[in-house]
Design a protein around this ligand. Structure first.
Ligand SMILES: Cc1ncc(COP(=O)(O)O)c(C=O)c1O
Length: 375
């Protein structure tokens, strides 16, 4: 078996090489590096693809979260409800802005925020709920939006891992993840389902006033050059990255299908292994499989065995946010969020990407089965 990687960005690039190089050349030859036409086109194209009114590109997904909180006027002392079982960026921005993060458990099966736990975390200081669509599947948005409405809270959707996933409401209407709350944020980190060749991010919203404010905050708080009406940041998507993203966006549905087919193959080969739980699909969401994440027993043994066979695996995430050393002053201790803490000991992500091959997945699954039979 040839080299197996968690993602295969080189293989992906080879299929779109000419278009990408032409796009990059066009930005360089026109010297439109910052906020050029490629960025404007990408914002328009992504908004159309996701059926959302406004898309504002920025420098990365972490900035997008910070800008979202600034645009919603979240202030020091305000509280935001966040799942602890997530990537650190989801809380980093809040903490830097002096906003108090109140952690809520995730659902043990879907890995997404447990909607039944949100209401009891609300206090008079709560201003927003930050939802993370983890691993590529939507959080239970209908219930979250209803709770937010009841308590007049904002909803921010961190969609860094689930771009192109579709949520179905109980009345049958659908929406893309990142486009249902007040503001959605996303990341174009290279390994993301829609990734560029460096850092990149975007904010999504259906509110025109918020869109204007976001645009200003991401560009030093200015609308008119050198007139800074708001306190902002310098967080713009490079035109070179936008040129790449314009090309990759055209492939996003194909990339998503390949990931979904790979996931189905994994499912069919692993579903009878009793030491493993394959990813649970929520009935209200499609899954775009940013990660194919199992719950496994004897994780370290399995990881070491697979490594010997040339199979990489990853643990997203080995430690929940509330137990991270840098965040101890938030006042949480081991035992506060047992579901999140226990998931950190069980989850294991297998290689999945836009270039995933049947033979590769078969080889990986045979090795897993072998480990539990003889390991
Ligand atoms: C859930 C989540 N939120 C936010 C981010 C931050 O994105 P970026 O790396 O572009 O800052 C990531 C990226 O890994 C992520 O997975």
């Amino acid at each position: 078996m040839q080299n197996i990687n968690m993602v295969d960005l080189e293989g992906q690039f080879l299929k779109i090489e000419k278009e990408v190089m032409d796009g990059i050349r066009s930005v360089i030859s026109s010297s439109t590096f910052i906020q050029g036409p490629a960025v404007k086109a990408f914002e328009k194209n992504l908004a159309a693809h996701l059926n959302v009114a406004h898309c504002i590109a920025c420098a990365n997904g972490t900035d997008a979260l910070q800008i979202a909180m600034m645009a919603l006027d979240l202030k020091p002392g305000d509280e935001i409800i966040v799942p602890s079982f997530t990537y650190i960026a989801s809380v980093e921005a809040a903490v830097l802005l002096g906003i108090k993060t109140v952690f809520v458990e995730v659902n043990e099966s879907t890995f997404n925020i447990d909607e039944t736990q949100i209401e009891k975390a609300i206090t008079p200081k709560t201003k927003a709920i930050l939802v993370v669509h983890l691993y590529g599947q939507s959080a239970p948005m209908e219930s979250i939006l209803a709770t937010a409405k009841k308590h007049a809270l904002f909803v921010i959707e961190d969609n860094a891992q689930a771009i192109n996933a579709t949520y179905t409401f109980s009345n049958g209407t659908t929406a893309k993840t990142g486009c249902m709350g007040d503001i959605g944020t996303t990341s174009f980190f290279p390994s993301k389902n829609l990734g560029c060749y460096g850092d990149g991010g975007a904010l999504l919203t259906n509110h025109v006033v918020l869109a204007e404010k976001i645009k200003m905050i991401a560009n030093h708080g200015q609308k008119e050059k050198y007139h800074h009406d708001l306190i902002g940041v310098n967080s713009r998507l490079d035109s070179l990255q936008a040129a790449v993203l314009n090309i990759k966006l055209k492939q996003l549905d194909t990339y998503t299908n390949t990931r979904q087919e790979a996931a189905l193959l994994y499912d069919s080969l692993l579903k009878t292994v009793k030491e493993i739980e394959i990813p649970v699909r929520a009935p209200y969401s499609t899954h775009v499989f940013h990660q194919y994440t199992l719950k496994v027993s004897n994780r370290s043994g399995l990881q070491a065995y697979l490594k010997e066979k040339g199979i990489p695996t990853m643990v997203y995430y080995p430690l929940p946010t509330h137990l991270q050393k840098g965040y101890q002053n938030l006042g949480y201790r081991k035992g506060d969020l047992p579901v999140s803490e226990s998931l950190c000991e069980k989850v294991l992500s297998l290689p999945i990407h836009s270039e995933s091959k049947r033979e590769e997945i078969t080889y990986i699954c045979e090795a897993i089965i072998n480990f539990y039979q003889h390991g």
